[in-house]
Design a protein around this ligand. Structure first.
Ligand code: OFO
Length: 171
């Protein structure tokens, strides 16, 4: 694998683990603030991010590529309210989308068609990631300061069940 691409793939593993850690911190904040449904949603998101990281790790193994590990930043935060949590989620997912698009661009530039194909799952996944955050931002904006509406949204968030994604081209 091209060295620039290999390094960027390793860095992406770290970013996915940071995402997992960020959503675990958000799950914790939600739980501490009486929002058990939102905490459940964020915990499922944490599990999903672990799967994203593992998918890239496994792909690097399949390609017999070395993986460079780096410390994961502290994701702690004190968010204003649940709307703020989802706004920060969207901002983070936009950052990840840029990062994945950059990876795909490098793969294309260095003619690594296999890596480019592998990355397409992640490109598509980011559309869903941003879309989900946007949907909850819309609902929470409608709810505004209405506590009943907030609790109703929390109830909806409690129904999310984690289903491990099947990421093509991983073993
Ligand atoms: Fe891995 O998609 Fe969110 O960060």
């Amino acid at each position: 694998m091209n060295a620039e691409l290999s390094k960027a793939m390793s860095e992406q593993i770290n970013k996915e683990y940071y995402s997992a850690f960020l959503y675990l911190a958000m799950a914790n904040w939600c739980s501490d603030n009486g929002l058990k449904g939102a905490s459940n949603w964020m915990y499922a998101q944490y599990q999903e991010e672990l799967a994203h990281a593992q998918g890239i790790y496994q792909y690097m193994q399949t390609r017999s590529e070395p993986v460079a590990f780096a410390a994961i930043d502290d994701p702690s935060g004190d968010w204003d309210n649940l709307l703020d949590v989802f706004k920060k989620t969207l901002a983070h997912e936009q950052f990840v989308t840029d990062s994945i698009n950059n990876l795909a661009s490098i793969a294309m530039k260095v003619n690594d068609h296999a890596a480019y194909i592998f990355l397409q799952w992640y490109v598509t996944e980011q559309v869903e990631e941003e879309g989900n955050a946007n949907d909850w931002i819309d609902r929470l904006t409608l709810a505004a300061d209405n506590t009943n509406a907030l609790l109703n949204i929390d109830e909806q968030l409690s129904t999310r069940v984690f289903a491990a994604p099947v990421i093509p081209h991983t073993v």
